[in-house]
Design a protein around this ligand. Structure first.
Ligand code: NDP
Length: 451
């Protein structure tokens, strides 16, 4: 049977765009792609990219303070949110156009509309058009989850954070994960009075405990009011803002409430279950190691599969899928030892196992150091860097590396190469330090602090 397309991709985010491009440009496939929102998806339009630009923008007050200590005369600097927001929008427009061009150059046909599946080989667009296709790739990502508390509609999600008309005076962030903690720091840097509610004992659950404590202490020292073991019971609109009732009955008022309580796979209304595509307990599309669903012609990559919600993972999965299915080169995306960074202030970079995780596996040695970095130390700031290595006693391999401090994301990327290669503590030790840097502490920790 002749199909209209060899591949139809639903979702123009990181995973879908990569798969479409490789299948078309390198696999010679006839590819269609539908995107109902803006090309680029969560990462480019409402996630990593605008977030990182906001992290940069919000970091300047600290830079100005440091500049003064280094002898610079910095007059009262002033931040204009709307000016920044305009520049941000222009940058996102540029990136979106670049994504479109890349796809067009590769020969991918873009459909700017919503697509759903009618059967295992038929895609129906919101325009009414239907296309037959040999393969389907679902790369529809995720969507913010908002807890069903009364008045939740008065809150916003990360989607709205890039379009605020004005910055709030007082903000409440609900949640303790990546997005909550990053936005707490961003708003705090902009001069917003920030309160963060987290329902558990410490923010950033899942990361190394010592690193979590270090990040939280840094955030608190920068003025963020982190309240753990707390949650929202109700929201009400008042003349002055949003009144929040806490679980214990207490009340507080804010101008903005951000729900950053996780994200859910974006599969609603796509007709997947009826086709026999497996859906997991968190709403994710169930796939095997080749990104294939229970329906052989239907594949899925990225956040919609709920594996590791990180852009580079979606890209790798999309690329591996295209290599396997359209280039005849079987590739499985590697989900082992994936480094990541939480762009809080201070930043947290991590790769490998946490101290708690390895303790369950066998004897380990913990190397850790905490110090004031030269730059902010000179400026009289109390900020401290944390470097931590988790080492297996038997193999001497570094099983985990955790860094909290400025540019931790840049440092962990490089440390992750060594960890991925199976470097031992002795390999770290025989590497000469680059002096004076923060990262040199990674190769100069001589004695374990705990065994
Ligand atoms: P996370 O899973 O990181 O955090 C969700 C937070 O919300 C947790 O603290 C969770 O608490 C809390 N929560 C969940 N449900 C409720 C509820 N009903 N009431 C109150 N609190 C609740 O999700 P995010 O939304 O922060 O981010 C989504 C994903 O996107 C991340 O997992 C990450 O993979 C990715 N991401 C990556 C970034 C990066 O690489 N820098 C940046 C942003 C996002 P608990 O811990 O108790 O479950």
């Amino acid at each position: 049977m002749a199909f209209d397309y060899d591949l139809f991709v639903i979702g123009g985010g990181s995973g879908g765009v990569r798969a479409a491009r490789i299948a078309a440009a390198e696999g010679g496939a006839r590819v269609g792609l539908a995107e109902e929102s803006r090309m680029g998806g969560t990462c480019v339009i409402r996630g990593c990219v605008p977030k990182k630009l906001m992290v940069y923008a919000s970091g300047f007050p600290k830079t100005f303070a440091e500049a003064r200590a280094f002898g610079w005369d910095v007059d009262t600097p002033r931040f204009e949110w709307r000016k920044f927001r305009g520049a941000l929008e222009a940058e996102l427009n540029r990136l979106e156009a670049a994504y479109r061009n890349t796809l067009k150059t590769a020969g991918v046909v873009i459909h700017d509309t919503r697509a759903v599946l009618e059967d295992a080989h038929t895609v129906r667009l919101a325009t009414g058009e239907r296309f037959s296709t040999k393969h389907v790739l679902i790369a529809t990502g995720g969507w913010p989850f908002v807890p069903s508390v009364p008045g939740a509609e008065f809150g916003v999600t990360s989607n709205e954070m890039f379009h605020l008309r004005d910055l709030p005076g007082r903000a409440l962030i609900v949640g303790g994960g990546y997005i909550a903690s990053e936005f707490a720091c961003i708003l705090n840097g902009f001069g917003v009075r920030v309160t963060q509610f987290y329902r558990g004992p410490q923010i950033l659950r899942g990361f190394d405990d010592e690193a979590r404590d270090h990040v939280a202490a840094g955030m608190i020292s920068h003025g963020i009011d982190i309240r753990c073991m707390t949650d929202v019971r109700r929201l009400e609109k008042t003349d002055d803002g949003i009144r929040v009732t806490l679980l214990d009955g207490g009340e507080a008022e804010f101008d903005l409430v951000l729900f950053a309580c996780g994200r859910r796979p974006n599969v609603a209304g796509m007709g997947l279950e009826a086709l026999g595509v497996g859906i997991g307990d968190k709403g994710q599309i169930v796939v095997d190691e080749w990104s294939q669903t229970a329906v052989p012609s239907i594949y899925a990559v990225g956040d919609v599969t709920g594996t590791l919600n990180l852009t580079p993972i979606a890209i790798r999965e999309g690329h591996a899928f295209a290599d396997t299915v359209f280039r005849g080169v079987p590739v499985r995306a590697d989900h082992d030892l994936v480094p990541s960074t939480v762009f809080t202030q201070p930043e947290l970079g991590t790769v490998g196992l946490t101290e708690a995780e390895v303790r369950a596996l066998g004897p380990v040695q913990i190397y850790t150091t905490s110090f004031r970095p030269m730059r902010s130390g000179f400026a009289g700031m109390a900020d401290k860097v944390l470097m931590k290595l988790v080492v297996c006693v038997d193999t001497r391999k570094v099983l985990g590396c955790h860094i909290v401090g400025p540019e931790a994301g840049e440092m962990i990327q490089l440390a992750a190469i060594a960890v991925k290669m199976g470097a031992t503590k002795e390999d770290f030790d025989r590497t000469v330090a680059v002096h004076p840097t923060m990262a040199e502490e990674l190769v100069t920790m001589r004695k374990p602090v705990r065994a």
